[in-house]
Design a protein around this ligand. Structure first.
Ligand code: HEC
Length: 199
């Protein structure tokens, strides 16, 4: 008996809930920017109180309620502040950089970084080669900023390449540059010997 009573009550409660929900669909409210005689300026939209900060701004805008994801937001902020590559250049970073470079940069800049990518062969303006003194001597941050903001006719990639990955690409481009401009004396002896053996 008790069980039946409970079930009936629960059903009523649920039905009541549904009824209230229906009312909310249809509640009296102003449509966006509809006029209202209530206020002196005749608008229903009220200006935000002075000093109001939108929530979707600042360091925590990308996190969930300022809690979940804050470590990622902080990592991005640190990467964003850095003027030179803030990460140790190890194989993992270079591989990540290579991976991102091949997706986002190689189509124009070519696998070797000389600017002869497939998109260029089909008519897009040719980028400068990375293997020139100006870009070899350019600060890391310049390349980072080019990725983030674009440069001349090159579009920005900041929305697709996150801050940590921009530094990984910078490291990979440095490796590319070194691969075409290494001092012979800096090569390991066996490689040097092979160079010497060349006709
Ligand atoms: C759609 C083709 C295209 C893609 C993709 C592209 N670039 Fe470029 N990039 C260019 C062109 C064209 C220029 C020359 C722009 C100019 O001088 O107006 C350029 C210039 C540059 C420069 C030289 C800036 C200078 O100081 O002269 C760097 C560095 C660079 N890009 C890095 C990158 C990186 C890193 C990526 C990948 C995240 C990338 N680019 C993706 C076309 C591209």
């Amino acid at each position: 008996m008790r069980r039946v009573l409970f079930a009936t009550m629960a059903l009523c409660a649920l039905a009541g809930c549904e009824g209230a929900r229906q009312d909310m669909y249809d509640q009296p409210r102003y449509k966006t920017y509809a006029p209202s005689p209530l206020f002196e300026d005749g608008a229903s939209v009220r200006p935000p109180v002075a000093g109001t900060e939108p929530r979707a701004r600042g360091a925590f805008a990308d996190s969930s309620g300022g809690r979940a994801g804050t470590d990622l937001v902080q990592r991005d902020a640190q990467a964003e502040e850095a003027q030179t590559n803030p990460y140790p250049v190890d194989l993992a970073l270079l591989k990540r950089g290579q991976d991102r470079y091949m997706i986002y940069c190689m189509p124009c800049h070519s696998p070797a970084g000389d600017g002869d990518g497939l998109v260029v062969r089909r008519g897009f303006p040719a980028p400068p080669t990375y293997h020139q003194d100006r870009l070899r001597n350019a600060p890391d941050r310049h390349i980072y900023d080019v990725i983030k903001n674009g440069y001349g006719v090159m579009a920005p990639y900041g929305d697709r390449v996150e801050p940590a990955d921009r530094w990984a690409i910078v490291a990979f481009i440095r490796a590319l540059q070194l691969s075409q401009h290494a001092d012979v004396a800096s090569l390991p002896p066996d490689v040097r010997a092979r160079l010497g053996a060349r006709p």
